[in-house]
Each structure stands twice: as structure tokens, then as C-alpha cells.
Ligand binder design. Structure first.
Ligand SMILES: [Zn+2]
Length: 66
């Protein structure tokens, strides 16, 4: 939906883009949320440029080795 701008469930176009937060055991992540206002389907995307730092944060929080 993020890339196609079309709902994969019902095929409606023009999904709404908004911000949301995802709560993980290792912290909160601000994510991009795409909502279909036709059927109610929604999907969440972590910011691509933050995936690396989030992976690092998670590794430290979970006590992984450096
Ligand atoms: Zn839909």
C-alpha cells in the first residue's frame, strides 16, 4: 500500500497516510501508517533510514554482544 498507493485487500486507491507509534519491548518506534478508508485495512512501516539504528537499539536492549 505504501508503494502502490492501492489497498491490497479491497483495491481502493488513495489510502490515508498518517503517523503512529509501535511499542516494542525495547522502546517505541515512530512509524508511517497507511490506512484504507474503504475497508479499514492498515499497514505500518518503520522509517527505512532508521532501521539500522533501531536494530542496534534492539540488540543493546536485549543484551546482545557487541
Ligand atoms: Zn481496503
Amino acid at each position: 500500500m505504501k508503494n502502490s498507493k492501492v489497498c491490497p485487500k479491497c483495491g481502493a486507491s488513495d489510502p490515508e497516510r498518517t503517523k503512529s507509534f509501535l511499542m516494542k519491548s525495547w522502546g517505541a518506534v515512530e512509524v508511517e501508517q497507511w490506512c484504507c478508508l474503504s475497508c479499514g485495512y492498515s499497514e505500518l512501516w518503520m522509517p527505512e533510514d532508521e532501521i539500522e539504528s533501531l536494530t542496534e537499539k534492539r540488540r543493546k536492549r536485549l543484551g546482545g554482544k557487541e
